[in-house]
Design a protein. Structure first.
Length: 367
């Protein structure tokens, strides 16, 4: 196991001690990937990583073991289809000293339910929670290596979005613009993660499904896109207008930009996520568009595009140095247009640092 993953296991054990957790259990997921570098094949065959205060190991189907064994020195407790996982699971629990009555277990919330029930049914009166306060918390505190990868991904995303807006032409479909952006990722060594293109009134649907709507004169454009580069994703939203923008579009865009800037300026370590959400929400509400801000202010970004911390109106999460998250207020006017402006920021000691170098200025195009 590399020094990176050994360090993460050490930090996890300290966090487990701080939060009173006896056993952490992760399935084949980004949690397992972050802790060990392993991303084994996931299907109906139980796969689990277990970490206790004294040991760690994998429950692993025998047919998958050889393909991932060289990536870690943690022990494997293998089983095959003819015998089933029960004995291997019992052996693993013994090896990590996790067979006592009333253990406090933190389960991977993304793991298959049948895996979780298999484990819980094996133990005597376990108390279970999920990984938010252990692995999730630690994943929220990005290190320099992660920040560098996130920055590189963001800069490539800048170039792809710029290329996409430069390719606008009358009559093209949302799908055609999506393809142009995704092809740019592939040509520059990245994998497309997602691309939402909303022309005109489609931009008023925050999670619009990119389709065959064609770009016409005097139509708004919303592009929310991201790639995966060096193992980490990017996420950014920019907006524009094809033709001559109308007065309300410009007014709404200025309000959204003001909300982004207010949140970026206000973000400080030690503030609650709900307080940061309120800064942007109050700005939009005071401008008369509060009911048209339909979602939270942001979400964490790391191995996953959406991960803690979540910047919501109800979150008591205290933001810390090392958190990486989006700031993405939006205003959505049904049957007209939507405007969302999104940047990813790293929380530094003195405030938020934006990863993107691409200005949030509206792109006004005449084809």
């Amino acid at each position: 196991m590399t020094d990176l993953y050994q360090s993460r296991l050490t930090r996890l054990r300290q966090r487990m001690a701080d939060t009173g957790v006896d056993l952490v259990v992760a399935g084949p997921s980004s949690h397992m990937m972050w802790l060990t570098g392993l991303n084994p094949h996931g299907d109906e065959r139980p796969v689990m990583l277990m970490v206790s205060a004294t040991a760690a190991g994998f429950l692993m189907p025998g047919l998958n073991a050889d393909s991932v064994r060289q990536k870690t020195d943690l022990p494997f407790f293998c089983w095959d289809d003819a015998d089933g996982p029960e004995q291997a699971l019992d052996d693993l629990l013994s090896a990590v000293d996790a067979k006592q009555t009333g253990l406090s277990i933190a389960l991977d919330e993304t793991m298959r339910t049948d895996f979780s029930l298999l484990l819980l049914g094996t133990l005597d009166q376990p108390n279970h929670s999920f990984l938010h306060q252990t692995v999730g918390y630690l994943r929220g505190l990005k290190d320099d290596t992660e920040n560098q990868a996130l920055k590189a991904s963001a800069l490539l995303n800048d170039a792809a979005a710029k290329h996409g807006f430069a390719s606008l032409r009358e009559g093209m479909t949302e799908m055609e613009l999506q393809t142009i952006i995704r092809d740019y990722y592939k040509a520059n060594g990245a994998a497309p993660e997602f691309t939402i293109v909303g022309f005109g009134a489609n931009g008023a649907f925050p999670h619009h499904h990119t389709g065959q709507t064609r770009l016409e004169r005097d139509m708004a454009i919303l592009v929310d896109t991201g790639c995966r580069y060096q193992g980490y994703p990017s996420d950014m939203t920019r907006c524009g207008w094809f033709g001559d923008p109308d007065a309300e579009f410009l007014k709404v865009a200025a309000v959204v930009e003001g909300a982004v800037q207010a949140a970026v300026d206000a973000a400080r370590p030690g503030m609650k996520a709900s307080e940061l959400d309120k800064v942007a929400r109050d700005h939009i509400t005071e401008a008369g568009y509060g009911k048209e801000f339909l979602h939270r202010l942001g979400h964490g970004v790391g191995i996953d595009v959406h991960e803690p911390p979540y910047i919501t109106a109800t979150s008591d999460t205290v933001l810390e140095v090392g958190n990486v998250f989006s700031i993405e207020p939006g205003i959505y006017l049904k049957q007209r247009f939507g405007i969302r402006l999104e940047d990813i920021v790293i929380m530094r000691e003195n405030g938020a640092e934006i990863l993107s170098n691409l200005p949030r200025d509206l792109v006004i195009s005449n084809g």
